[in-house]
Design a protein around this ligand. Sequence first.
Ligand code: PEP
Ligand code: MG
Length: 576
Amino acid sequence: MSFTVHGIGVSGGIAIGHAHLVSHAKLEVAHYVLPPHQVAEESARFDDAIRRVRAELEELRDNVPATAPPEFCAFINLHLMILGDSTLSAVPRQIIETEHCNAEWALKVQMDALLAQFDEIDDGYMRERKGDVIQVVERVMRALSGQPGYIPPPPSADSEHNLILIARDLSPADVVQFKQHQFASFITDLGGTTSHTAVVARSLAIPSIVALHSARKLIRENELVIVDGTQGVVMVDPDQQVLAEYQLRQHQFELERRKLRRLRDTRAATLDGVVVDLQANIELPRDVVQARENGATGIGLFRSEFLFLNRDGLPDEDEQFEAYRKVAADMDGMPVTIRTYDLGADKPANGGEPCATNPALGLRAIRLCLTEPQRFITQLRAMLRASHYGKINILIPMLATAAEADQALALIRRARQGLDEEGVPYDRGVKVGGMIEVPAAALALGMFVRKLDFLSIGTNDLIQYTLAIDRTDDTVAHLYDPLHPAILSLIADIIRTADRAGVPIALCGEMAGDVSLTRLLLAFGLRQYSMHAAHLLDVKQVILKSNLTQLKPLARRMLRTTDREKLHALLDKLNA
Ligand code: PEP
Ligand code: MG
């Protein structure tokens, strides 16, 4: 039976393919049916994972360091007991054998059943053991996949480009792993438009939709699905006529993209000769390929924290240095702005879970860096060393106070001093900038322009914190409004103040890649945009067709307007 589900499109385009269900974000697990002859092998794989985890835990217990707290041994023993219980070590095998499903799925199904039982128990102590069950299951999942948080590939990697991934929720760490795959699209029931999950989705340049609420429940494995990422609509089991219509639209969309590619080497300048710098946002060093293919004139934001996700330990100085050096070298002398790690909130390190009540207001980004100076200095050293191989700028996220900027600058000086003492070369002209994404920093910009070499506006967080909208929460996603008068006046003021102080100012939030806002930002005085590579050519096309002199009066009127409808009408006029 055909039906449609509506959500929020976060990455445009049309995908047509077969549904592939993955389970809840906590343990994103693929579900696939095995041919009968592979069932015994799958059961053996499961048994082997249990055996390996048991050996791992026993080794931990037998080598408890003298300094470990006394409850550590009891904790390991409890995990061994949970692992040994037949509900975890035997029932999933029965599920594999009766349902012919993959081991991860069987384990997940059984874990969900166990957790539901725990919820019914009245005893507080027993209820708290839920977390232990999850931890043990996660260990087994890791043993099964060989990598923490890894989503096992579907049976045949060849067919990936036909798969529409459907999940209740995905973490940014999950989505960044999709870069190794070629899925046609992914859609989720939860998520906001500027959540890091959506941000990474855009960089994949595949249609994606969030906030569908019930897609995971309504759509079945392998069903034919059309995803219209531009309109935010999913069509399930479409009839022949609808399918033909969307195949045509998909073809037209691809033709448009191909035509746009011709602009790659064209300089981005308005009709009246104003040159604009269009740079790319990246998460991982390999994203540079896409940035260059789309004509980026630099990397305006390297979200370095993605190097810290999907792994057990932290990357050491050499590993980080190599990643930064590679990006700098691959960009061939063009500027590369590396943001110091913005961990916390929806990007917890080491695959952990956010534990604060309001993690976005908690120990995140520079706040976290300053609580662990040694870890921060390790990253700063790696960045400085890499600056010897290209043009690197250092960007500090989430500044709110002058003291944070001072402390960050002091630690950069310390890192430089250490390298000087060791005789390690680095670029002495490395520039240090700050992200303006906390309203306090935007309103008291004067204290930052005096200290920093450049600024970059992070509109994703600036909007989240100004309008009090959790960017990851789909229930308030409709309130996310870049055209809110408060946001427009903040952005215009930041650009004006920075210009007056002679401090270069960029914008690297998702607004930079939204073509409906390109002209408005241009008229506000923005000359450096940084966005996911997939949007670079669309934005360039708009700039090439713009006349700045004509835009300015309209933009000024928008700044004086508070009525929502009038604002939208003026924006339409600006874009006409
Ligand atoms: C922003 O907040 O706009 C930004 C670019 O940083 P992130 O999306 O990584 O928080
Ligand atoms: Mg931010």
